[in-house]
Design a protein. Structure first.
Length: 155
């Protein structure tokens, strides 16, 4: 009787392995999801807009993380945009970054854009903006020079 137990166990394991190898395996792609995607209300980068009358056009240089520039201006046209061109002064991307915080002084709404760190590494970025009012921009960075252009959008 003791002799048959290992034989039966081996037969069961063999049958399981053979059935696994001979099963009809079909690789089908999962069905597409029908849940709607979320739409962000934040401005997105669009490269097809052009800027004309300037609210601010200036070059800034950031040598260390302590460098901060603050500018204020009033936007009188709801169709305007923010453009910047980043020029890293260090070869290592972990040390070069730039951030611009754009705050509407009437509503307190703040939009953040940037290069490096938690932002993408596109050196040229252009964002459409849509509200009028007084604005404050606060810029910080490290080991970069940045050309900032804030102006009305042309249709």
């Amino acid at each position: 009787m003791k002799l048959f137990v290992p034989l039966i166990v081996c037969l069961i394991v063999g049958v399981v392995l053979i059935s696994g190898c001979m099963s009809n395996q079909t690789n089908t792609a999962p069905a597409p999801s029908t849940t709607p995607s979320t739409v962000s209300s934040a401005p997105t980068q669009i490269s097809t807009i052009t800027l004309s009358d300037h609210y601010l056009q200036k070059k800034y240089s950031f040598q260390s993380e302590k460098d901060v520039y603050v500018e204020q201006f009033r936007v009188d046209n709801p169709s305007w945009g923010i453009e910047f061109q980043v020029n890293p002064t260090n070869e290592d991307p972990q040390y070069t970054w730039f951030e611009i915080k754009v705050t509407n002084m009437d509503t307190g709404q703040t939009d953040n854009f940037g290069y490096g760190r938690t932002y993408n590494l596109d050196k040229h970025q252009l964002y459409p903006m849509y509200n009028t009012g007084p604005y404050k921009i606060e810029m910080t960075g490290n080991r970069v020079s940045v050309d900032v252009n804030i102006a009305k959008r042309t249709p």
